[in-house]
Design a protein around this ligand. Sequence first.
Ligand code: 13P
Length: 244
Amino acid sequence: MSEACKLAAGNWKMNGLRADIEEARRLATLFKEPSCGILLCPPATLVAAMADAVSGSRVMVGGQDCHAHVSGAHTGDISAQMLADSGARHVILGHSERRTDHGETSASVAAKAVAAHAAGLVTIICIGETEAQRDAGDTLAVVLSQLQASVPEGGNAANTVIAYEPVWAIGTGRTPTLEQIAEVHDALRAALPDAAISLLYGGSVKPGNAAEIFAIGNVDGALVGGASLKAAEFGAIISALEEA
Ligand code: 13P
């Protein structure tokens, strides 16, 4: 754990209907005075209702993507200003699923981050190597070049969080060794434009492995997918982070 702020962030991806907002309410009840940040990023359809449901609590709500422009002819897209207007405080950018499914590049991520910062949102910028890149020994080169190209000028600890998510560990139940996570996080910390930026690990984080991951120096929290959908499971991960 470094001096950066601790954050437990949940990425619901394309999961969740209105009834599931109850999970966010449960988290707010479970963690009235948490010693770390708690963030849920539901699909865009739920951002406003979830933000209303947890208003006044310590649970924060974020989006999963935004457009680089403030408004205009971009059917199906959502601007950073719209997310902020809906009650979002954060936005995930450059998740590997968006880099793969929507062809997002580090340059487009940086452009979105500029728009998000202008709207007052904190960006959670995702980077990570594929299995082939790891096997080729390119992990550090890949993540450092993604970091350098995805974080815009002006990115600092107040407006930026970095999530290291090895693509091959997402949704697979496989995680890097603790040494591999430490190696990447140490390299990222040394390369950050502001050393106080929080560094999250993401990829198959569960209640059973959270404590050992949070014990790694330079891991300041997690970006959690599947295990963030239920308050009981995500709550166990949050408790592990509080204790780290
Ligand atoms: P899982 O926790 O389901 O592996 O997903 C990780 C992730 O992609 C979070 O953004």
